[in-house]
Design a protein around this ligand. Structure first.
Ligand SMILES: Cc1ncc(COP(=O)(O)O)c(C=O)c1O
Length: 358
């Protein structure tokens, strides 16, 4: 019996040919982002319609660098606890203080009313997560306080839209991940799209920070005028990304089709809503007796996951705060197979088995 995978990147001849070509070119990496990386940045910038795009080596690095533009040292940053831990790490990397807010029970994105309650004099920034590709309420968040910076964690939201416009086209700082399980898959990668009024300066700043702080390079001569990291994207990732980008809309359409069927057919007490603007990086349901439920699915060859154990439950971040919806969802959420390689009979089987054991 072939397992039905939870996540599974689409690999076709185009990706394989792109990798072979890049390997043969022997141009595998360059700190100043020439060749495929530059091409990817340009194409992705046009795809989302942002003013600038800086490619990096992961979504974590994208968040780290975006937060470095927001002057958050000793300031509070409000974020959801139901996310991958990188969302919070980006705050710590930059000397900020994470403040966790609860989530909306329908979308599992950050709850605007709870953010309002948590805003203080020290609040500098909010990092909403487009959870599973479901658009967070960015416009409402932007209006909560003057001079508030908003960094969108769009790791799940490649190709998702807000009010019909691509996520990345409007927000000041939007961070994408191209981890192999993501909608646009690479071995490793991420990017920051920028629409801030100082986007040109910020783009240059991040291009320097992603390569150890190197600036003003002419030939072999260069200066280092700030601390930076080795965060640049490699050429192999970029060449795969260019191929994935061409088919992203098609792949997302397939994800949406599956989500629509799951939403219609699954008899579970709580499940991810259906929304045409969502990119459906994942599909979640909530169940009681999660461990035994997951084991039953595993025995039937269906992989599942938990996205996520809330960050404030991790020992590094442990805090006795009350986040009732996050706690409830954190105990019961299960992610079920969602990727464009699922065929009709896989989807039928997932639905049949879930409805039997829930
Ligand atoms: C919500 C969220 N933010 C950030 C990241 C970090 O991305 P990466 O794994 O590319 O560093 C992830 C990746 O899993 C994520 O799911």
């Amino acid at each position: 019996m072939k397992n039905i995978k939870l996540f599974d990147p689409v690999v076709e001849k185009t990706e394989i040919n792109a990798v072979v070509k890049t390997i043969k070119s022997k141009k595998w990496a360059s700190g100043d982002g020439k060749n495929q990386v530059f091409k990817f940045e340009e194409k992705f910038r046009k795809f989302v319609n942002s003013k600038a795009c800086v490619a990096v080596n992961s979504g974590t690095s994208a968040l780290h660098l975006a937060a470095s533009l927001c002057d958050i040292k000793n300031k509070e940053v409000i974020l959801p606890s139901l996310s991958f831990v990188s969302t919070a790490h980006a705050v710590i990397y930059n000397g900020g203080i994470p403040v966790f807010a609860d989530i909306d029970p329908e979308t599992l994105c950050i709850n605007v009313e709870d953010v309002k309650r948590k805003i203080s004099k020290k609040t500098k920034c909010i990092i909403p997560v487009h959870f599973g590709g479901m658009p967070a309420e960015i416009k409402k968040l932007q209006k909560l306080k003057s001079n508030l910076m908003v960094i969108e964690d769009a790791a799940h939201a490649c190709g998702a839209k807000i009010d019909g416009k691509m996520i990345g086209s409007g927000g000041d700082f939007v961070c994408f991940s191209y981890h192999p399980v993501k909608n646009l898959a690479m071995p490793a990668g991420g990017s920051i799209t920028i629409n801030h009024k100082n986007y040109k300066k910020m783009e240059l700043d991040l291009k320097s920070k992603r390569w150890c702080g190197i600036s003003d390079r002419i030939g072999s001569d260069y200066d280092v005028d700030k601390i930076g990291w080795n965060f640049y994207m490699n050429e192999l990732s970029a060449s795969i990304g260019l191929s994935q980008l061409k088919k992203l809309n098609k792949l997302n359409k397939k994800r949406k089709k599956i989500a629509k069927i799951y939403h219609r057919e699954l008899n579970v007490p709580r499940k991810m809503p259906f929304l045409a603007n969502c990119s459906y990086h994942l599909y979640w349901i909530c169940v009681k007796n999660r461990d035994s439920f997951r084991k039953k699915l595993f025995d039937k060859g269906i992989e599942t996951g938990i996205h996520y154990k809330p960050i404030h439950k991790m020992s590094f971040y442990k805090k006795s705060i009350e986040l009732p919806i996050t706690e409830e969802i954190g105990k019961s959420i299960v992610t079920i197979p969602m990727h464009p390689n699922l065929n009709d009979s896989d989807v039928d089987k997932v639905i049949r088995i879930i409805n039997k054991f829930v």
